[in-house]
Structure formats: C-alpha cells, structure tokens
Design a protein around this ligand. Structure first.
Ligand SMILES: CC(C)(COP(=O)(O)OP(=O)(O)OC[C@H]1O[C@@H](n2cnc3c(N)ncnc32)[C@H](O)[C@@H]1OP(=O)(O)O)[C@@H](O)C(=O)NCCC(=O)NCCS
Length: 142
C-alpha cells in the first residue's frame, strides 16, 4: 500500500476530486468550472492508494466571517474503516491555520458525523441552505 496525497493541479486530479466530492455529497454536486473556482480559494487534495482513487479533501482558510479554518475529508465507501480518513484528516490539520477548525457534514452522512465527534468536534448547529430541504451539520473543534 502506497498512499499518495496530491494537490489538485491538473485535469486528472481535478476530475478525481470532483468524482469523490459529488459521489459523497450529491446535494452539493459541483461542476468542473465550480471546482476550478474553488481551487483558487481552497486547498483541494486527492488521496490515492497506489493508483486507486480513495478520497479527497478541502481545507478552507479562515476568513473575516469564519475565523476558524474549515477541514472536510471524504473517503469513498468501499475504502472506509481502514485508516484512510485518519491519514487524510491529520494531513489536512497540519495545513489548517486559524482559530480552531470547523467542518460541514451532510446530516445523513452518519459515518462523517461519528468521525468528527470522535475527533473532538462538537455540534454547533444543523442548518439548511435557503430554499433547500437538505440538512447539514456544522461542527467545531477549538
Ligand atoms: C469521515 C470519513 C472520511 C472517515 O473515513 P474512513 O477512511 O472510514 O476513516 P478511518 O478508517 O480513519 O476511521 C473510521 C473508523 O474505522 C476505524 N478503523 C480505522 N482503521 C481501522 C482498521 N485498520 N481496522 C478496523 N477499524 C479501523 C476507526 O477507528 C474508525 O472507527 P469509528 O468510526 O468507530 O470511530 C468517511 O466516513 C467519509 O467520507 N464520510 C462522508 C464525508 C464526511 O462526512 N466527511 C466529514 C468528516 S470531516
């Protein structure tokens, strides 16, 4: 097993990042152009086990409205429970700066909520985007 974490830097890594993101959070599926725009603001990375696409991550820097960094890690269901999420999360934490860390999880992603709670996050609120019934959970670790 050779783990590789690559920053989104070309079409291959961009499309792989998009594939994992959209499979895990279909209600927030992003177009290629939207991913290209996110690359300019956030650190987007892709996790491979040898050549196999396993997961992806987002690290959003703190901003005036959100003084905490945002870290979101995603592992495709067939590869969960083997430590990939932990490896990617620790990698992302090293990059995150700011006052604490936040994460946003689709409330139906029970694996994700459990993972965050086990890593010291506490639930701040459950919310929905305007005009949308999909529920998200905001969690924060100080
Ligand atoms: C959250 C998520 C990234 C975790 O990915 P993962 O690869 O399954 O994470 P890990 O394997 O490191 O840990 C998951 C569980 O497997 C266990 N585990 C890890 N390695 C293991 C091993 N070798 N043998 C047995 N169990 C193992 C961990 O202890 C953990 O147990 P827990 O859920 O009871 O606490 C994944 O579930 C996911 O993508 N969820 C949807 C996206 C999401 O909500 N992300 C937000 C998180 S910030």
């Amino acid at each position: 097993m050779t783990l590789r974490i690559l920053r989104v830097q070309d079409d291959t890594t961009l499309l792989d990042w998009q594939r994992v993101h959209n499979e895990i959070v279909p209600p927030a599926a992003l177009s290629v152009d939207e991913v290209r725009e996110r690359v300019t603001r956030n650190v987007l990375e892709v996790l491979y086990d040898d050549e196999v696409l396993v997961g992806c991550s987002t690290v959003r820097p703190p901003s005036a409205e959100t003084p905490a960094a945002t870290v979101i890690v995603r592992v495709l269901p067939p590869y969960r429970g083997r430590g990939f999420g932990e490896t990617l999360y620790q990698h992302c934490l090293h990059q995150a700066q700011g006052q604490g860390v936040e994460t946003h999880i689709l409330s139906s992603n029970v694996d994700g909520v459990r993972f965050a709670l086990a890593h010291g996050f506490v639930e701040v609120e459950t919310y929905a985007m305007p005009g949308d019934a999909v529920q998200w959970v905001l969690l924060r670790r100080t």
